[in-house]
Write a protein that binds this ligand. Structure first.
Ligand code: C2E
Ligand code: MG
Ligand code: MG
Ligand code: MG
Length: 279
């Protein structure tokens, strides 16, 4: 009995310690080291054309292989990386790594030449004056063409400094890189600006896709986003498709592309190769 109690309190203490250790302060200091030691890895989630079920590309999603906490997901550390201004270095690393990976796949797998790699950027990246230089360097060094890249940025960051944003996005566009608005519908409304931005694609947030099979407001929101996309001659990608009914509904509403656990979770490069690429 005593032993069991001791065991339980030990377990409890341990869980508490774990939570505390995962607190901001620790993670903050660890993040600096993690960048030096390259403790990050990228998982890739396949994206599909919903019309013919063809694989069209992958979204690069960063994970932190923490020496003691194991795999840490971006929602835990991206906000800290943003606060500490480390995000630009991290995103630059992800950008390079993901382009290298895609270039490698294109060279080694014949069915890969038209696949695209989607890479997430944070607001701060767009404020960095050397973003375009960094992109050019990575394109030259990896040999990946701009047309193979899609940059994902969230809605809210686009309207912070609209003139500057238009300028940077235009420079990105001139490299034939596509631009996708991530989590569309969840941020501030940028409807006033959307037609001014060189954007190619709207990503419908998972929160709308979740309950789409019922005839409810989510369904109307998705319908509206898809209609807006086609009005502005943009494509739409639905994220977080988990159930066949959601897929059916999205197809019915005319959503062109999709990704989600129904197709595949984000996977390591090795698993992507075994499951989705063939020599
Ligand atoms: P996001 O760009 O909207 O990415 C989609 C998220 O939904 C990913 O979470 C993905 O794993 C998850 N997801 C995909 N399909 C499903 C599904 O069917 N069901 C559920 N429940 N979830 C699904 P993840 O990988 O944890 O990334 C979270 C967010 O972190 C991303 O949201 C993105 O905003 C950010 N992020 C990830 N990698 C990077 C990066 O390299 N740089 C920056 N700046 N942000 C990143
Ligand atoms: Mg994204
Ligand atoms: Mg998203
Ligand atoms: Mg999202």
């Amino acid at each position: 009995r005593a032993k069991e109690k001791e065991h339980n309190s030990y377990k409890f203490f341990n869980a508490m310690m774990h939570t505390q250790m995962l607190n901001r302060l620790t993670l903050e200091t660890d993040l600096y080291k993690a960048l030096e030691q390259e403790e990050f890895i990228i998982h890739y989630q396949p994206v599909f054309d919903l019309i013919d079920d063809a694989l069209v590309g992958f979204e690069a999603l960063v994970r932190w292989q923490h020496p003691t906490h194991g795999l840490v997901f971006p929602d835990t550390f991206i906000p800290i990386a943003e606060d500490t201004r480390l995000i630009t270095r991290l995103d630059n690393w992800v950008f390079r790594q993901a382009c290298q990976q895609m270039a490698h796949w294109q060279q080694n797998f014949p069915n890969c030449s038209d696949l695209k790699i989607s890479i997430n950027l944070s607001a701060q990246d767009l404020q960095t004056y050397d973003l375009i230089d960094n992109i050019d360097t990575i394109l030259t060094q990896t040999g990946l063409e701009g047309r193979s890249i899609i940059i994902e940025i969230t809605e809210s960051m686009l309207i912070e400094d609209i003139e500057k944003t238009v300028d940077i996005l235009a420079q990105i566009e001139s490299r034939n890189i596509q631009i996708s608005i991530d989590d569309f519908g969840t941020g501030y409304s940028s409807l006033n600006y959307l037609h001014r931005l060189p954007v190619n694609n709207l990503k419908i947030d998972r929160s709308f896709v979740t309950q789409i099979q019922e005839e409810n407001r989510n369904c109307q929101v998705v319908n509206t986003i898809i209609a807006l996309s086609s009005q502005l001659e943009l494509t739409s990608v639905a994220e977080g498709i988990e159930r066949p009914q959601q897929l059916q509904k999205l197809k019915q509403l005319g959503c062109r592309f999709g990704q989600g656990y129904l197709f595949s979770k984000p996977l390591s490069p090795a698993d992507i190769e075994t499951n989705f690429l063939s020599r």
